[in-house]
Design a protein around this ligand. Sequence first.
Ligand code: DAH
Length: 348
Amino acid sequence: MEDDVSRFLVQMLKEARDRLAQVNDLAMLEKARLYYFGKKDGQLVALLKDMRSYDVKARQLLNQTKTELLQLFVNKRAALEEKALQDKLRQQSIDVSLLGRDTEVGRWHLITQQYRRLNRILAHLGFTIFEGPEIEDEFHNFTALNMPKHHPARSVHDTFYLNARPTVKQTPYLLRTHTSTIQIRFMKDNPPPFRVASIGRVYRRDSDLTHTPMFHQLEGLWIDEKVSFADLKGLLQVLLQSFFEWKKLDVRIRPTYFPFTEPSAEVDIQCQKCVGKSCRLCGYSGWIEVLGCGMVHPNVLDKMEIDKEKYTGVAFGIGIERLALLHHGLDDLRHLFENDWRFLGQFT
Ligand code: DAH
């Protein structure tokens, strides 16, 4: 009897080990548990019920087997739970080796980049930055700037008027054709001396390779006692040298006509491509025109009630797109406003 029980128990333990080795989830484990410990017909429970009929040795063996079997189940449960946890963690983990979805990082538009650089340079040169409205009236855009009624820029061919046929009483509003308007807006409220500059959008009825109906200008105005044309040249030279990051950049001044300056001049810079020699970009002249400037016309000072015996002024106006074109060697201005990321993304 003793031997039979002992053999049976050893066999049962071995079998239980094999059985548990096959178990790979908690449901199977529960099934196996019932097989041995099930209240009704669990194998071990049946033996335990008969325990009284066994001798001491057999009882000891039975108890020992029960403990071992229980331990087998405890271990198996722990192993299954651990495996389930690991599986879950694996599922939830982030695969850092997988390429992420690309997000584009925004950039400033090329014009904004130029704008910000120029503002910085102007601030270094002692200029206050000032902004004026894009919708203007004829007084600020033309009249106060000494542009007579018959000036061609006033024609509807060149200027966008907002009320096309103004009545006698109506003020004709328009989209400003240049940033020189800020001269008037600033001088009205600020007594000299001052240096003021403004960068903004301007509008003209014009569209081809080198003109767009909307573009940007920089306007500068410096009024003080004894400001001279030499000061203007020095100022523009430093401004352009800083902008083009070219210390020895040479500038050339040519006389021209603007209604609001006298004398007036156009300023050329050395062609960056051929360094003043001769190439296609500069029309084989070695020079490229970049801006207009001059001494503020006494009529403008008069209109603003500035004492023209005491003060003199210099002013200049620059097209930002033109600077950008030259700075980056671009050939078609319209690309700047087509908002094609492949083009704009090149400029960081
Ligand atoms: N307003 C002029 C234009 O749009 C540019 C300009 C020329 C501005 C001479 C100035 C200046 O201040 O002195 O063509």
